[in-house]
Design a protein around this ligand. Structure first.
Ligand code: IPD
Ligand code: CA
Ligand code: CA
Length: 264
């Protein structure tokens, strides 16, 4: 099932307008406006209003579609379309004034992701992929890197906000990867980490404890840019499996090898 060019243009416009709202609010944002969902899990009216704007816009473009959203939860649809939305990925960065956050929006048809958009609000970079049609950054085609091995790789990762999920296994994996790669980054927006693998800025990325809204768009971006995305067993349970290893295909076996030494 495909959506038409006019609908794609409307979706892009919706994301850009929501990004404009986030950019405006970032300018005068004060940390008192933050609420806590958990000890380190932050949310603000910006996340909530952005999600409302996206939800209303998506329903105008595809009436009756369903949703999986970070803030508002699930909404059952009356047709096979479903949106998976993180209105502000990188909230901790946002509230600290660190300009590394994004909107992540994916569209599924019968549970297959057919469109993924990650919008880097501060840099005005729009990453978009359509199933079978490639991946693009501001309209230009993008591709994963061809970095041949971990030794030359710039890797990205992230750590759970929930302290009880920060276990010694994760630190052991981090240690082993750090010993092998050129360098490693933790930038704080999983959606952008994936988009940056798709365009070759990062050679690979892995993380645990993620939710579908963090990565739904990013998975399609990396795959359409020629990369491989798996769970830590090398399988395809990526969207709901809470484990992601995303990489160029040359390096993917090596990355999995290091991870699997600890996650078996
Ligand atoms: C978070 C970011 C971060 C990742 C966390 C996510 P949020 O999303 O993607 O990079 O490490 O696991 O929860 O809370 O900023 O939308
Ligand atoms: Ca997120
Ligand atoms: Ca979020």
């Amino acid at each position: 099932m495909e959506i038409n060019a006019q609908q794609i243009a409307q979706i892009k416009q919706l994301v850009l307008e929501t990004g404009e709202f986030i950019r405006r609010e970032a300018a005068g944002f004060s940390p008192e406006k933050v609420e806590r969902k958990g000890a380190n899990d932050l949310v603000s009216y910006v996340d909530k209003n952005a999600e409302k704007q996206l939800t209303e816009g998506c329903l105008t473009i595809l009436p009756g579609s369903g949703f999986i959203r970070e803030e508002g939860g699930e909404l059952k649809g009356t047709n096979p379309f479903r949106w998976i939305i993180d209105p502000l990925d990188g909230t901790t960065n946002f509230v600290h004034g660190v300009p590394q956050y994004s909107i992540s929006l994916a569209l599924q048809y019968e549970e297959e992701t057919i469109l993924g958009i990650v919008y880097d609000v501060a840099r005005d970079e729009l990453f978009m992929a359509q199933k079978g049609k490639g991946a693009f950054l501001n309209g230009s085609p993008i591709h994963v890197s061809d970095c041949p091995n971990l030794g030359s790789a710039l890797m990205a990762t992230g750590f759970p906000y929930n302290k009880s999920d920060r276990n010694t296994v994760l630190l052991a994996v981090l240690y082993d990867i750090l010993q092998q790669v050129q360098a490693i980054r933790r930038f704080g927006s999983a959606a952008l980490d994936m988009a940056w693998v798709a365009c070759g800025r990062f050679d690979g990325y892995y993380e645990t404890t993620l939710n579908p809204w963090d990565i739904a768009a990013g998975i399609l971006l990396v795959e359409e840019a020629g990369g491989r995305v798996t769970d830590f067993s090398g399988g395809s349970n990526t969207l709901f499996g809470r484990q992601i290893a995303a990489c160029n295909p040359r390096m993917h076996p090596d990355l999995l090898g290091v991870i699997q030494a600890h996650f078996s």
